[in-house]
Design a protein around this ligand. Structure first.
Ligand code: ZN
Length: 168
C-alpha cells in the first residue's frame, strides 16, 4: 500500500509553519508519526514509536502538473490520516497539520470572528465557512481543544525524532 501512487494535493511547498511538518497516524503502529518535507516537495514519514521510515518522492511521481485532491483529513502523500482530525459540527471534519496549525485555527476561530481582519495569512482563505461561522464557534473551539488533548506528550516535530537526519 505504501508504494501505491499517492494522491497529491499539496500545492507549492512553502515555509509556513502550518504546512509542514504534518502529524499523521503511523501506518504501522498507529502512534503519532511525522511527515516532513525534505527537498523539492519530496517528503519522509518517520515514526518515533516504531522507527518506521517511509519516503514519498514528490513531484517526479506526477509528471502532469495536476493537483488532484486527496480525501480531507489525510496526508495524500502517504495515504495516512492526519493525527489531528476530528468530527465537528454535524459530520464535518476539522483537521490540522500540526500544532502550529491548530494554534492558528484556535486563535482565528476563537478570537477574530466578528471583525474579519485584513487577510492575516493565506491560511484564512482556506478555512471553510462552517468553521468560521459564529454559530459554530463554540463547537469548533471545543473540537480544537479535544484534538490538542490527543497529542502525545512530546509531539514529534518539536525537536528531532528518531530517523530524522539520517539519509539513505
Ligand atoms: Zn509507528
Amino acid at each position: 500500500m505504501a508504494d501505491e501512487a499517492p494522491v497529491a494535493r499539496f500545492r507549492e511547498p512553502d515555509a509556513l509553519a502550518w504546512r509542514d511538518p504534518v502529524l499523521v497516524v503511523c501506518p504501522r503502529c498507529g502512534a503519532c508519526a511525522i511527515a516532513r518535507e525534505t527537498a523539492r516537495g519530496a517528503a519522509r514519514l518517520t515514526c518515533p514509536a516504531c522507527a518506521l521510515v517511509r519516503r514519498w518522492r514528490g513531484r517526479e511521481a506526477f509528471p502532469g502538473d495536476g493537483e488532484p485532491d486527496g480525501p480531507e483529513g489525510m496526508d495524500p502523500r502517504f495515504g495516512v490520516p492526519l493525527w489531528l482530525r476530528g468530527e465537528c459540527c454535524g459530520g464535518r471534519l476539522l483537521w490540522a497539520h500540526n500544532v502550529a496549525h491548530l494554534d492558528y485555527l484556535e486563535s482565528y476561530v476563537g478570537a477574530t470572528l466578528r471583525e474579519r481582519p485584513a487577510p492575516p495569512s493565506r491560511l484564512a482563505w482556506y478555512l471553510p465557512r462552517w468553521m468560521t461561522a459564529a454559530k459554530n464557534r463554540d463547537e469548533v473551539v471545543r473540537t480544537i481543544a479535544r484534538l490538542r488533548a490527543s497529542l502525545p506528550e512530546q509531539p514529534p516535530g518539536r525537536g528531532r525524532t528518531p530517523g530524522e537526519g539520517r539519509r539513505g
